[in-house]
Design a protein around this ligand. Structure first.
Ligand code: FAD
Length: 379
């Protein structure tokens, strides 16, 4: 052991990962004077040049944490979502979704955490955990005894694979193209087509996030770093639609393989609790992975206070409150992929008819977007 003070965090909640769940948890704990420390493997917060949409359930919590107004100032301003079936408009609805860049979100989360005197160690990759001794060991040869371990280390969580079992992800059959393009847009656009769908939204006043999910046997790596090319994208998406996003030709394009993992059954084990993608990886078809990560962090920290800092009671209640919602949204997200990509003309007609002539979109989003953690926590 190379560090001199292994016990300096033995009353702290050690948060592994400075992503959306880790930073939100850090803020929520620090706002309540609960000792915590974040360990992040990267040299800085890694935002991967991508966009993110935050629906009203996530916005509500960001507002409680006093972050929302600042984030709004640097985000896209949309109030309308337009749905197309290929290029033909199906319907348009008003929408209350914040669309932004991950960089803006991470920067604001991090600076809020730091402003609360939050402690964070970059270049600190977790390698091992001992759940009985409550010890974490980092790749930089440092080890610490900690009060509790919060696993916020994302989709390929080391904590989860060490504490429960290594989950074996299976390729879902979908891959996702993404790019940030230098093009202005004032609405959220959904283009539904046979075997693909595109979501585009402004991330600020100048740039637009372009995301295209395609059904393909051509398996891509599950990574933010895999580059793609415009000519490959043309093989997957009709060119009449791509013409709408002309700047794609001169933009960096990436491709993400969407993988699925076994259903989430537990959210804690002994002295580790799981948050966000480490707890419940979700396919990205209803834009809820980040929002659920924010909810997890907020619910856990408020339960911890309500339960007078009793960690076991908090873990039990956290799991009880979160599991059902998480699993329902995970299922909805998988179903949404199928609905977006319908090929059968009769089914396409029926879907479009319902979207145009009924309140089905509002109905489908009501329970997800309308969630308010206060109703579950009763504090
Ligand atoms: C293409 C795509 C589009 C998406 N769009 C949306 C959207 O519009 N809206 C939405 O709500 N969600 C969206 N999501 C989902 C969302 O990005 C994730 O659900 C969210 O980032 C999960 O947050 P997290 O904190 O669990 O993990 P992350 O944000 O991935 O953070 C994990 C952190 O842990 C760190 N880490 C990992 N291993 C270690 C280790 N061993 N030691 C120390 N640190 C470690 C990582 O470096 C990282 O900083 C999308 C996902 C994809 C793939």
């Amino acid at each position: 052991m190379h560090n001199t003070d292994v016990t300096k965090y033995d009353k702290h909640i050690a948060i592994i990962g400075a992503g959306i769940s880790g930073l939100t948890l850090g803020i929520s704990l620090k706002l309540n004077n609960i000792p915590c420390v974040i360990f992040e493997k990267s040299p800085t917060v890694s935002e991967h040049g991508a966009g993110i949409s935050i629906s009203p359930n996530g916005k509500h919590i960001l507002s409680k944490l006093n972050i929302l107004d600042e984030l709004k100032k640097v985000s896209g301003n949309t109030s309308e979502t337009i749905f197309f079936s290929n290029l033909k408009e199906i319907t348009r609805i008003s929408s209350d979704v914040l669309t932004t860049s991950r960089k803006s979100l991470y920067d604001i989360l991090l600076s809020k955490y730091i402003s609360l005197d939050g402690e964070i160690h970059f270049n600190s990759e977790l390698e091992k955990i001992d759940l009985d001794l409550k010890e974490i060991s980092l790749k930089n040869d440092k080890s610490f005894n900690v009060g509790h371990i919060a696993s916020c280390d994302g989709i390929k969580s080391i904590c989860r694979s060490k504490a429960i079992d290594p989950s074996f992800p299976k390729y879902s059959g979908y891959s996702v193209w993404r790019s940030i393009i230098n093009q202005k847009q004032s609405h959220i656009g959904f283009y539904l087509g046979a075997g693909f769908h595109i979501v585009s939204y402004p991330i600020n006043n100048e740039q637009t996030s372009f995301v295209a999910a395609v059904k393909t046997n051509n398996q891509t790596r599950e990574s933010w770093m895999t580059k793609g090319s415009y000519s490959d994208l043309q093989d997957d998406i009709p060119k009449e639609i791509l013409q709408k996003f002309n700047s794609l030709k001169s933009s960096e394009i990436y491709k993400w393989g969407v993988f699925v993992r076994p259903k989430t059954r537990i959210l804690f084990k002994k002295n580790v609790t799981f948050f966000g993608d480490a707890a419940h990886p979700i396919v990205p078809f209803i834009g809820q992975g980040g929002c659920l990560a924010i909810e997890d962090a907020y619910v856990f920290s408020n339960l911890y206070i309500k339960n007078n800092y009793n960690i076991s009671k908090t873990q039990e209640e956290y799991q009880l409150i979160r599991l059902d919602r998480i699993n329902k949204i995970t299922k909805s997200s998988q179903n949404q992929g199928k609905l977006n990509h319908l090929k059968n003309p009769f089914l396409v007609f029926s879907r479009n008819f319902l979207m145009k002539n009924t309140n089905i979109i509002k109905y489908m989003t009501k329970n997800i977007w309308g969630y308010r953690p206060e109703n579950d926590i009763h504090f």
